[in-house]
Design a protein around this ligand. Structure first.
Ligand SMILES: Cc1cc2nc3c(=O)[nH]c(=O)nc-3n(C[C@H](O)[C@H](O)[C@H](O)COP(=O)(O)OP(=O)(O)OC[C@H]3O[C@@H](n4cnc5c(N)ncnc54)[C@H](O)[C@@H]3O)c2cc1C
Length: 376
């Protein structure tokens, strides 16, 4: 397959790369240290068109391909995984169900504004006892004549403390299967807990959300009752290749920082990059970066061509996130004590990269899925 980027994709890459170098990198440490949602940068990413990038022009987006989207994701994560994680939530899982199933009023009030970053959204699937096993979700919606009533407890919800709306996964009292509901944060009975203290992506605020007798209008059902997983499967490959693209971004950052260090840090009379042990690390890291890129681009192309891609997306997410964690580890070793200092970003890359082992489905679960493709 030809992986040469076209002019539009190169323009996207240049635009996001310049933006990240100019505006994100200088703030990345503060975003992590303050553990606060980077509201201003989030808005600027909206102004760059990122939130509507993968939606058609008729829906207010820019109708770009998944390849372009992945390229932008990688650049954002190269600067700040916290910012990138919040932005990716907004541009994909938070808005997809609204775009696909929302009525015109909801779209006008929420979707259009989410594309500019004026309104913030998120998806609520995970519960204290339902992580990988989403069928164990116990959030329950009672179906009444004129409305629904939602009760349930969600956890690990990205952007929840700043969200204007939630896409909530629940069962109904009429159907054992899962459904999605649109729930504005202002609805009575919606309670957002305090932020969860995390190892990484600390500027992408995450918290519990509880729903207590929340009355939801009938037209806030997104899709059909019991068919929630249909919509989820439509974007599953995209979620996974996007997560791979994020992992690739942080890996590039770790590679670039440690390369610069290896060229300037002198020991025993020469730059440490001239020692064979260090050269071997760079050869391995560079090879991992290249194969990661090829997997992401291959999978993005499959998505763009609407070809079967579930196995490739699972493989890309698994492989690239493992490579990213390995690259961050190697970069930290190259920088030795400086890799261990809070003053340098390597420690942040290491912490942030671990998120990509979990997001988009844990790597253990993905291995089970990949093995299934071979009849195991
Ligand atoms: C930073 C962050 C942000 C998040 N944001 C959101 C969000 O916005 N919305 C949302 O809904 N969720 C969110 N999540 C939750 C995330 O989707 C879950 O953490 C993920 O699905 C895994 O669930 P769990 O943590 O409960 O782990 P579990 O499912 O309990 O898994 C625990 C361990 O068991 C393994 N395991 C589980 N089942 C199997 C199996 N069948 N075979 C082999 N191994 C298995 C797992 O791989 C893992 O190692 C977020 C998580 C993080 C860390």
């Amino acid at each position: 397959m030809d992986f040469q980027l076209n002019e539009t994709q190169l323009l996207i890459q240049r635009t996001f790369r310049d933006f990240v170098d100019r505006e994100v990198k200088p703030q990345a440490e503060a975003i992590d240290e303050n553990k606060a949602f980077p509201a201003e940068l989030f808005k600027k990413v909206g102004e760059l068109g990122f939130f509507g990038m993968r939606y058609p022009e008729a829906a207010g987006g820019s109708g770009l391909d998944i390849m372009s989207y992945c390229i932008a994701c990688t650049e954002l994560a190269r600067g700040s995984m916290s910012l990138a994680a919040a932005c990716c939530m907004q541009s994909l899982m938070a808005t997809y169900f609204l775009y696909r199933f929302g009525n015109e009023n909801l779209k006008k009030e929420y979707f259009d504004k989410a594309l500019t970053g004026e309104k913030i959204g998120t998806i609520c699937m995970t519960e204290p006892n339902a992580g990988s096993d989403l069928m164990a979700v116990t959030s329950i919606v009672q179906v009444k004549d004129n409305h629904f009533v939602l009760n349930g407890q969600k956890t690990w919800i990205t952007s929840a403390p700043v969200a204007d709306f939630f896409t909530v996964l629940a069962k109904t009292d009429t159907n054992e299967k899962l459904s999605f509901f649109f729930v504005p944060a202002r609805f009575k009975g919606v309670n957002v807990g305090k932020s969860i203290e995390k190892l990484g992506v600390r500027g992408s605020v995450t918290s519990e959300v509880s729903f207590e007798n929340v009355i939801i209008p009938k037209d806030h059902l997104l899709g059909e009752i019991g068919k929630g997983t249909v919509g989820l499967f439509e974007i599953l490959a995209e979620i996974r290749v996007m997560t791979a693209a994020l992992a690739h971004g942080v890996a590039i950052a770790a590679f670039e920082d440690s390369l610069e260090y290896a060229k300037t840090r002198t020991q025993f009379g020469k730059p440490i990059g001239k020692f064979q042990a260090i050269k071997m690390k760079f050869a391995d890291m560079a090879t991992q970066l290249e194969t990661s890129k090829q997997m992401i681009y291959h999978c993005a192309r499959l998505c763009d061509r609407k070809l079967p891609r579930d196995k490739e997306a699972a493989m890309a997410k698994l492989y690239v996130s493992e490579c990213a964690n390995s690259i961050c580890d190697q970069a930290s070793r190259i920088m030795a004590s400086y890799g261990y200092a809070m003053e340098y970003p390597i420690q942040r890359y290491l912490r942030d990269a671990r998120f990509t082992l979990i997001g988009g489905g844990t790597n253990e679960l993905l291995k089970i899925n990949i093995a299934k493709e071979y009849g195991l």
